[in-house]
Design a protein around this ligand. Structure first.
Ligand code: NAI
Length: 331
């Protein structure tokens, strides 16, 4: 029996996370969920969208499945997602981007892994007004975090039989910050000569990704580039509804989809649960429940291949709950 923290999230979160919980229950893995509070509606009660008791539960259980959490734009409280990643030192954001059966896209055989540094860069949230009309936002890059994320990328490559790691940067302009990241990548890469390695400027990477995604295998980069490139990569395989993710640290791991709370479709039972279910597959593997993970993945891919009992964004005829029921029926 595994005890796992569960953050349903807001917007479409409770719908897609509910679908994933239903599917996991049928997978054979024994999970006891500890359902936790987080998000906008608890800010008044606790003064924060990510209270200590929620963080402490994840510290104790070491594994969490999380739905998306809305973040106010241009003001308001700090992003609960960023707070979670920083508080638990979930330094590596892992996003495997792979073709999904039954989802028509412009490219075939896309199989990429994006590794994003999760704790610093422009997401440090250090902003101030110098004088009226002038603000500064600081990009923080440390040797420690850069070495750690590059090492994680090469270790992942070794453990998962990947062939190449590309470091993405803009060190031609940000000579000190991205320069340090690049120097760290080169130092780590020199210890892993058995894996192919290259460095590439971020704008060129964006263009090449949408022209020849097959020339890439794994990409490692700082926080903001990772955020943007993850979404470009999601677009290559059918959009945000189908890409899973994980935030990994030394002590804890939090599994969540790449997509946000999608307020435009919340509460309508039409959100695609694929991304959260695939994140659950990553979680089951992390827990050592490989057989349960394979069962979920096979049933999900079966339902997606048929293309009928899937959500409207995939051209299907059922809602979020109907798709979950179809996956369970296949298992
Ligand atoms: P979003 O990912 O929520 O939505 C972008 C577009 O994709 C929308 O048209 C939405 O309907 C569609 N979409 C997303 N997930 C889908 C799914 N599962 N099925 C079908 N369609 C789906 O991005 P947006 O609108 O920029 O962000 C909304 C809120 O979510 C913001 O407050 C943002 O800060 C937050 N957010 C939270 C994240 C997290 O908790 N990790 C990650 C990204 C955004």
């Amino acid at each position: 029996m595994h005890r796992v923290s569960l953050i349903p999230g807001d917007g479409i979160g409770p719908e897609v996370v509910g679908a994933a919980v239903q599917v996991i229950a049928a997978s054979g893995a024994e999970i006891e969920w500890e359902v936790l509070e987080a998000g906008a509606e608890i800010v008044e009660k606790h003064g924060t969208p990510m209270p200590d008791h929620t963080l402490n539960s994840i510290r104790k259980n070491r594994v969490a499945l999380k739905g998306p959490l809305t973040t106010p734009i241009g003001g308001g409280y700090q992003s609960p997602n960023v707070a979670l990643r920083k508080s638990l030192e979930l330094y590596a954001c892992l996003r495997p981007v792979k073709d999904v059966p039954g989802v028509r896209t412009r490219f075939e055989n896309v199989d990429l892994v994006v590794i994003r540094e999760n704790t610093e860069g422009l997401y440090s949230g250090i902003e101030h007004r110098v004088v009226p009309g002038v603000v500064e936002s600081l990009k923080v890059v440390t040797e420690e975090a850069s070495m750690r994320i590059c090492e994680y990328a090469f270790q992942y490559a070794k453990e998962h039989g990947r062939r190449k790691v590309t470091a993405v940067h803009k060190a031609n302009i940000m000579k000190m910050s991205d320069g340090l990241f690049l120097e760290c990548f080169r130092r780590v890469a020199s210890r892993h000569q058995d894996i192919e390695q290259e460095t590439m400027i971020v704008d060129s990477t964006c263009m090449q990704l949408v022209q020849w995604p097959e020339r890439f295998d794994m990409l490692v980069m700082e926080n903001l580039y990772g955020d943007i490139l993850s979404e470009i990569c999601a677009g290559l395989v059918g959009g945000l509804g189908v890409v899973p993710g994980a935030n990994i640290g030394e002590d804890c791991a939090v599994f969540e989809a790449v997509h946000g709370s999608a307020p435009d479709i919340a509460g309508q039972n039409i959100a695609n649960p694929t991304a959260v279910i695939l994140s659950s597959v990553l979680m089951l593997r992390h827990l050592g429940e490989g057989t349960a993970a394979d069962r979920v993945e096979t049933a999900l891919y079966g339902v997606l291949s048929e293309g009928v009992q899937v959500t409207p964004d995939l051209g299907g005829t059922v809602g979020t709950s109907g798709m979950a029921e179809a996956i369970v029926a296949r298992m």
